[in-house]
Design a protein around this ligand. Structure first.
Ligand code: AMP
Length: 287
């Protein structure tokens, strides 16, 4: 869709939540599409912004490394930050408004809310990164409240995160449509991630083995049970001594619980792998 006519062909970058709110009060609310990110933007993020551009009159992107979703202080400290390059990419991709706030802008008071999404946030990333999804729900609900989008765009790369966001908008009864966007990969199959730039040469060379294994797992699922497939995937990943499986689960795509057989209508294979100091996630549709 064309840009909102009240805007000049120029992207606006805000650090102030109040200033962004004041601007957004002037635009047509049903035409607002929103893409939350943590920056260090790549072609995966760009695909979300471009999709939002097609479907909305106003496109808002946030770039905010949310401290409350990091369970590991070292991970937060080393998370890549490239604000100038991010602003250039967003301008090119057609964003209208960018919010690049400080932590104090987002959390003037500490956010003490504790969410409970039942079993969805207890498994996989939830089980191995305590507090992670509570922090995601805190920041995304706060950003939704600031931007008040009609549609919000999320990547299937973070498959479990989408389920958590859906549970959150149901719990808070927010009138927001969640748009799921496919995973963008490098030529060698590695799912694009801001964390990829933290990989050293050897681990970067090893990392495409993750997606190659997921693809092979889809084939193997025709002759193995889900439990056998889990064992096979872990062993297959670790044929490469630089990679260590944190978990692999074949899950029902709605409940995110492990399946006992292949009868669910949609089953996703979800994996987390430690590659040196970098934690990588990926997933694939099995059925
Ligand atoms: P992040 O900056 O990692 O928090 O990601 C912001 C949004 O971009 C999330 O909805 C991610 O799922 C999405 N995203 C990240 N990497 C990719 C990718 N390779 N393909 C598609 N979407 C992605």
């Amino acid at each position: 869709m064309p840009r909102n006519p009240i805007l000049e062909e120029k992207m606006n970058v805000f650090t102030s939540v109040a200033a962004l709110r004041a601007e957004l009060a002037k635009v047509d609310a049903p035409g607002i599409g929103f893409v939350p990110t943590m920056g260090a933007l790549h072609a995966g993020h760009r695909s979300l912004v471009e999709r939002a551009r097609q479907e909305n009159t106003t496109v808002v992107v946030s770039v905010f490394v949310n401290p409350t979703q990091f369970n590991d202080p070292n991970d937060l400290r080393h998370y890549p930050r490239t604000p100038e390059a991010d602003a250039r990419l967003l301008e090119e991709a057609g964003a209208d408004y960018v919010l690049m706030p400080s932590a104090e802008e987002i959390y003037p008071e500490p956010d003490t809310r504790q969410f409970d999404f039942g079993q969805i946030d207890k498994v996989m990333e939830g089980a191995t990164r305590p507090g992670h999804f509570n922090g995601v729900a805190q920041v995304v609900s706060r950003l939704f409240d600031i931007v008040k989008p009609a549609r919000a765009y999320f990547g299937e790369k973070d498959f479990q995160q989408i389920a958590v966001i859906r549970a959150m908008i149901a719990q808070l009864r927010l009138p927001i449509e969640i748009v799921e966007c496919p995973i963008v990969r490098d030529k060698d199959g590695l799912a694009l991630s801001s964390r990829n730039q933290l990989l050293d040469t050897a681990h970067r060379a090893a990392a495409p083995h993750i997606y190659a294994t997921l693809r092979a797992a889809v084939e193997r699922s025709h002759s193995l049970s889900p439990a056998e497939l889990e064992t096979w995937v872990i062993a297959q990943i670790e044929l490469n001594p630089l990679l260590k499986t944190i978990y692999y689960h074949s899950v029902d795509a709605t409940s995110l619980q492990k399946v006992a057989d292949w009868s669910s209508p949609r089953i996703q294979g979800c994996i987390a792998v430690q590659a040196g100091s970098v934690r990588l996630i990926d997933n694939i549709r099995i059925r």
